[in-house]
Design a protein around this ligand. Structure first.
Ligand code: ATP
Length: 231
C-alpha cells in the first residue's frame, strides 16, 4: 500500500518547480513534504493527483501506476480551499462523497457521523455560509476523508486554521495513521508538523535537500540551522 515517486520533474517555462524528486510513503505513516513557499510541494502533490502532468518520472501506488479510478479515490485537502457557500452542509458532503464513489445513502450516513463527532450535528441542514470559518474548515476536512481513502493528501492543512482546529486536525491525522492510511502532509512550518511526521523531505527549488526522520534531522545541529534558514 505504499506510494513511490521516482525522478519526478515539472517545469513551468523557465521555472523548475519540481526537479527530480524521489520518495516512498508507507501505510500507517505520515510522510512530510517541507519547504518554503515555491519549493515545489503543491506541484508534487498535484502530479500525484493527476492534476498536473509530469515532464518526467514515475508515480506508483501499490506497485502500479495510478489510473483515473485510483486517483479519484485519493483523499485530498487542497491548499486552495472553498465550499459552495449557498449549499447546505449535508448536501455538500453527500455530493462530494458520491463523486468519490459512495452511494448517497452511505455518504449521508457517514457525513452525519463525522458532523456529530466534530460537534456539528445540528448544522447539517444549515447553509455553509452561515457556519464560522473554523466550522467550514471542519467540513472541508470531512470532505477529504468521508470516503475512507487509503491514501490521503493534506496540502498545508494548518494554514488559516485556528489553534483549536489545528489540534483537532492533528488528532484526526493520528487516527488516520493508526488506521493504516498512507498520509502525505505538506507544510512550510517545521514546528507544526515535527510531532506528526514519521519521515520527511525538505524541498528547496524543486529539489530534495534533506530527508529522514525528525529525530535524525534534529540530531544534526547544522541541519537544524539549515532548517531554520529555509523555513
Ligand atoms: P506554496 O506553498 O506557495 O504553494 P509550494 O512549495 O507548494 O509553495 P509550488 O506551488 O509547487 O510550491 O510552486 C513551485 C514553483 O512553481 C513556484 O516557483 C511557482 O511559482 C511555480 N508554479 C507552480 N504552479 C505553476 C503554474 N501553474 N504556472 C507557472 N508556475 C507555476
Amino acid at each position: 500500500m505504499a506510494l513511490a515517486v521516482q525522478g519526478l520533474k515539472k517545469s513551468f517555462g523557465a521555472v523548475r518547480a519540481v526537479d527530480g524528486i524521489d520518495f516512498e510513503a508507507r501505510p500507517g505513516r505520515i510522510f512530510g513534504l517541507l519547504g518554503a513557499n515555491g519549493a515545489g510541494k503543491t506541484t508534487t502533490l498535484r502530479m500525484i493527483l493527476g492534476l498536473v502532468a509530469p515532464d518526467a518520472g514515475k508515480i506508483r501506488w501499490q506497485g502500479r501506476p495510478l489510473d483515473e479510478k485510483t486517483r479519484r479515490e485519493i483523499g485530498y485537502l487542497p491548499e486552495e480551499r472553498g465550499l459552495d457557500e449557498q449549499a447546505k452542509v449535508e448536501e455538500v458532503l453527500v455530493y462530494l462523497g458520491t463523486l468519490k464513489g459512495l452511494s448517497p445513502r452511505e455518504a449521508r450516513r457517514r457525513a452525519a457521523a463525522w458532523l456529530e463527532r466534530f460537534g456539528l450535528g445540528a448544522a447539517r441542514r444549515r447553509k455553509v455560509k452561515t457556519l464560522s470559518k473554523g466550522n467550514q474548515q471542519k467540513v472541508q476536512f470531512i470532505a477529504a476523508v468521508l470516503h475512507d481513502p487509503a491514501l490521503v493528501i493534506f496540502d498545508e492543512p494548518f494554514s488559516g486554521f485556528d489553534p483549536v482546529n489545528v489540534d483537532l486536525i492533528r488528532e484526526e491525522m493520528q487516527n488516520l495513521k493508526a488506521q493504516g492510511k498512507t498520509i502525505l502532509l505538506s507544510s512550510h512550518r517545521m514546528d507544526q508538523v515535527e510531532a506528526l511526521v514519521d519521515e520527511l523531505i525538505l524541498l528547496r527549488r524543486g529539489r530534495i535537500v534533506r530527508r529522514g526522520t525528525v529525530a535524525a534531522l534534529r540530531a544534526a545541529v547544522p541541519v537544524i540551522k539549515y532548517v531554520l534558514e529555509w523555513f
